[in-house]
Design a protein around this ligand. Structure first.
Ligand code: SDX
Length: 422
């Protein structure tokens, strides 16, 4: 006999089934709530509401667990590469060596971006934020690839996946090249995906690009750690936009815009700006902790806290360790890393943060590595988007394959009653 939930309203009882997931998470299935009671639930920010079932990522915020398709993030970060994890997230199983090789080669077939996209790029001022350019250019890809994806057709879906993985990486780096006034680079089909990212970003016509394998390995790991995170703000946006049957590029473009916000993916840029400000103000971390605790002060400790993790973000642990290793290997002495360590230690000992289960999240240390790799601060959230792309694609594909209904939350009206317009 499956469990049920009983709701009593005005003396009348209503029974709702309880749905249990494969990791024993439970939800009250309220699909019939309004039909039975005439009422809806109210849950701003959906803190208590599940929008869907999904087989892609499992999080346990209390235990600090993150798994992609059942594989622990620690295992994947240690033993897989980014394209392998992208394939796993999108198609559900680890690729064989042949499948992975084919996936990488099929992505290579789609890395040329229509040259006319450059005239769109030229329309942006040099001061434009790379995330704004990326959102616009991703949406513009629809103009050059107007045929919408037939999700029922495996070949068509596979091709759309490879096209998105190929073209998004290139235009992401074009946002940087544009701001620097550099000529646009093209993907080199003799190199790997992550190495191509560094070449696309930094190779200049006047001298050959020197590859640093430590940098490539660190980036590959960072992209894996950012690849998916169940129904976060930007992924929910991608699913919501896709639920109206808008195209994949249009849905990803919406996800880029949602990720840009400083409370979400934009936090990695905000963390570095915060740490630099602390450093420039003499490293007084206590002053900034006090600001973060002061309700009258809108300042928040960026890179701290999480909607789901009420324990350490498992990704933050891995990134913190990687930050130490990468900076040591590259011989980079960054005072900002010292400030971050000092701030983290002070916060973790502070009653305000402990009482609210505020721990470092994925964004707290990632920017320190990006900076050591020579990535400019306003490109940090673009890095997050490149990592999150396979997760967005996987979630969009699952939503469409499951034939989910168009997303349309309800509300409770609290405005003016009927009044005559004279
Ligand atoms: C990402 O959802 C995901 O999975 C996201 C992500 C992903 O992979 O997709 O993990 C990526 O977005 C990570 C989060 C990056 N954002 C930041 O680092 C920005 C700083 N953090 C906060 O703004 C905040 O912690 C959020 C937005 C991340 C979570 O906010 P919640 O869950 O809505 O928490 P809340 O606002 O209800 O805060 C609860 C309490 C409040 O205090 P009280 O009203 O109880 O007194 O904690 C306080 C908040 O004021 N609080 C903070 C704080 N975060 C929460 N106080 C100071 N500094 C902070 N960072």
């Amino acid at each position: 006999m499956s469990k049920t939930a009983i709701l009593e309203i005005d003396g009348k009882k209503y029974e709702f089934p309880i749905f249990k997931g494969s990791e024993n998470e439970e939800a009250i299935d309220i699909k019939k709530l309004r039909d039975l009671t005439g009422m809806v639930t109210l849950d701003p920010g959906y803190k208590n509401s599940g929008s869907c079932t999904s087989e892609i990522t499992f999080l346990d915020g209390e235990l600090g667990i993150l798994r992609y398709r059942g594989y622990a993030i620690e295992d994947l970060a240690e033993n897989a590469n980014f394209l392998e994890v992208s394939y796993l997230l999108i198609f559900g199983e680890k690729p064989t060596a042949v499948q992975l090789d084919k996936f990488e080669n099929d992505i290579r077939k789609h890395t040329l971006v229509n040259e006319e996209m450059k005239s769109i790029l030229d329309g942006f001022p040099k001061t434009a934020h790379p995330m704004g350019i990326l959102a616009a250019m991703t949406s513009a890809l629809t103009s050059f690839n107007p045929k919408s994806v037939d999700v029922e057709n495996e070949k068509d879906m596979y091709c759309a996946v490879c096209k998105t993985m190929g073209k998004f990486l290139v235009i992401a780096t074009w946002t940087f090249r544009k701001n620097m006034g550099y000529p646009m680079n093209y993907y080199d089909n003799t190199k790997g995906y992550v190495e191509n990212f560094m070449r696309l970003m930094f190779e200049i016509p006047t001298e050959p690009y020197k590859v640093n394998q430590t940098v490539i390995d660190a980036l590959d790991k960072l992209f894996i750690l950012h690849a998916d995170h169940e129904q976060n703000c930007s992924t929910s946006t991608v699913r919501m936009v896709g639920s109206s049957h808008a195209g994949l590029f249009a849905s990803i473009s919406a996800g880029v815009s949602a990720l840009w916000g400083p409370l979400h993916g934009g936090a990695n840029q905000a963390v570095l700006e915060m740490l630099e400000e602390i450093h420039n103000n003499g490293g007084d971390t206590d002053k900034y902790l006090a600001k973060a605790k002061d309700k009258a002060d809108p300042f928040r400790l960026m890179g701290f806290g999480h909607r789901v993790y009420k324990n350490f973000d498992p990704r933050a642990k891995i990134i913190k360790k990687a930050a130490n290793e990468v900076l040591a290997t590259l011989g980079v002495e960054d005072p900002i890393l010292e400030i971050a360590r000092k701030l983290e230690k002070a916060a973790l000992e502070d009653e305000y943060f402990k009482a609210r289960n505020l721990y470092p999240n994925v964004d707290f240390y990632s920017g320190i590595i990006y900076r050591a790799l020579g990535i400019p601060t306003d490109m940090f959230t673009v890095m997050f988007a490149i990592g999150r792309l396979p997760g967005w694609i996987a979630q969009w594909k699952e939503m469409r394959e499951n034939k989910e209904p168009i997303g349309r939350p309800r509300q409770i009206y609290t405005g003016s009653p009927l009044r005559e317009f004279k």
